[in-house]
Design a protein around this ligand. Structure first.
Ligand code: BG6
Length: 481
């Protein structure tokens, strides 16, 4: 659909930015914090770009006031950040680290004092190492009560000031990268274990949302899903089926569970054929289907789309790892034999890390979520990872980021005009931060942080050109792009 005039953004639209604890805080063993699986994983040779880690990251733990002041200057209405589970529960459960909770108290209060709404992600990948050691983390049923108790602690402590909670950040990524491609901890490559761990994460997610609703906390709760809508390369029917298979396996498998509490039938069949069925009990089904376990919104992390063709069952392309070098054009096709494989899309340009640049894909993602699940959407991440250059007196001319974000905001407005309910947009990211496996050279922020892989330097902050541009966007409620 094309329009002569687009609907305006709602008056209370949550313009913001996002981050994750491990990627910004640093202070990795300060004030009673326990170790997370990332604290250990980054120390395995070859796992991250130039062996970077989040020990110091961008030192947000010590500089949060300066960062919040910059957010206030940009005019952010909302800031999405995650709580580090091992900072508040060093061994994952039991003894609470008051100092850890106090840090988030200070941060939340600072945000509110600056009229910035805190959006809290409960889990952004930094699982307490103690739980990994004790029972294998996400592979055990014990994670369900432990994750629920951790979330309950946060609801009790911060529920008076937080209205929007994100349960799990990108379950599809931390599970597939953790158990299928070994790019994330615990670096397993085993499809059966992948879907078993994924099933536990589904139950943990449902259990937390159910508790939130049962206890009647204010506000809403939902997972953030990394959705890359799939296109078929062309109108060849076999490629269309491949695209549908990819959509089933890469998206509906998660979104159907969140919204409807059931796995897609095509996936159950596929798992049964391949011997990959997780252990699903009647009690699991009851929890997943419980109306109280339905999210209040769908969190959407959108970066790119995927284009696919058919992939032969015998001799087909298997899964490959992501380009973490930042050398454009070094990615390989990735796929599942018998289902689909990725293909270059001639209509799209790519970033230096070979991510497709596709604003219309965001509109597509929003439309598909609306038409299939009829849930409001909170866009919890969207942004451009790029090389930035600090020049002269602390300037960064990131016109390319402005062009990228502008096109994506236009796509959101088109989706709103289409009839999708979008409640906010928190870009990735506010300051530059550690990219899990890409080091510090892949930058996303509105604020440049002066450090690199080998030198922490002074960690000074410099607003980029995009910072002032976003300030205008927010001030005009999306009218001046
Ligand atoms: C999302 C994550 O997958 O994408 C973020 O939620 C992450 O934590 C972001 O940083 C960008 O990914 P990358 O690999 O470019 O840092």
């Amino acid at each position: 659909m094309e329009y002569q005039q687009l609907a305006p953004f709602p008056q209370d639209f949550l313009w913001g930015s996002a981050s994750a604890a491990y990627q910004i805080e640093g202070a990795y063993q300060e004030a009673g914090k326990g170790q997370s699986v990332w604290d250990q994983f980054v120390r395995i040779p070859g796992k991250t770009f130039k062996a970077t880690n989040g020990d110091v990251a961008v030192d947000h733990y010590h500089r949060y006031q300066e960062d919040v002041a910059l957010m206030a200057r940009a005019g952010l209405k909302a800031y999405r950040f995650s709580i580090s589970w091992p900072r508040v529960l060093p061994t994952g459960r039991g003894t609470v680290n008051e100092e850890g909770l106090a840090f988030y108290d200070r941060l939340i209060d600072e945000l509110i004092a600056n009229q910035i709404e805190p959006i809290v992600t409960i889990y952004h990948w930094d699982l307490p190492q103690a739980l990994q050691d004790e029972y294998g983390g996400w592979e055990s049923r014990q994670i369900i009560p432990d994750f629920t108790a951790y979330a309950a602690l946060l609801f009790e402590r911060f529920g008076d000031r937080v209205r929007h909670w994100v349960t799990l950040n990108e379950q599809n990524i931390f599970i597939t990268h953790g158990y299928l491609t070994a790019e994330h901890p615990p670096a397993v490559m085993d499809a059966k274990r992948t879907y078993q761990a994924n099933h536990m994460a589904n139950l943990a997610n449902a259990s937390v949302i159910k508790l939130f609703h049962e206890k009647g906390y204010q506000g809403g709760n939902g997972p953030s899903f990394a959705y890359s809508p799939t296109y078929a390369l062309d109108a060849d029917p076999v490629n269309q089926i491949a695209a549908d298979d990819a959509e089933q396996l890469n998206a509906n498998l998660w979104l159907d569970i969140y919204a409807w509490g059931r796995y897609p039938k095509l996936i159950l069949n596929y798992w049964a054929r391949e011997g990959l069925l997780p252990d699903i009990t009647a009690a699991d089904q009851a929890l997943l289907q419980d109306p109280l376990a339905r999210p209040d919104f769908m969190g959407l992390n959108y970066y790119q789309t995927t284009t696919v063709t058919a992939n032969p069952l015998v001799g087909g392309v298997g899964l490959t790892k992501q380009n973490t070098s930042g050398k454009k054009g070094t990615s390989q096709a990735s796929g599942v034999p018998g289902l689909f494989k990725t293909s270059d899309n001639p209509y799209m340009q790519q970033t230096d890390w070979d991510w497709n640049i596709d604003p219309e894909g965001l509109r597509m993602a929003l439309r598909r979520i609306e038409s299939r699940y009829n849930l409001p959407v909170l866009i919890t991440e969207n942004g451009l990872g790029a090389y930035d250059r600090l020049e002269g007196a602390g300037e960064v001319h990131d016109e390319y980021r402005i062009v990228f974000l502008k096109a994506h905001i236009q796509a959101i407005q088109e989706a709103i005009t289409d009839g999708v309910t979008v409640i906010g947009y928190t870009t990735w990211s506010f300051t530059d931060l550690l990219s899990w496996t890409n080091g510090y050279q892949k930058r996303y922020g509105f604020v440049y942080v002066d450090r690199d892989e080998t030198d922490e330097k002074e960690l000074n902050r410099y607003p980029k050109d995009s910072f002032y541009w976003y300030q205008r966007v927010i001030r005009s409620n999306g009218q001046q792009l």
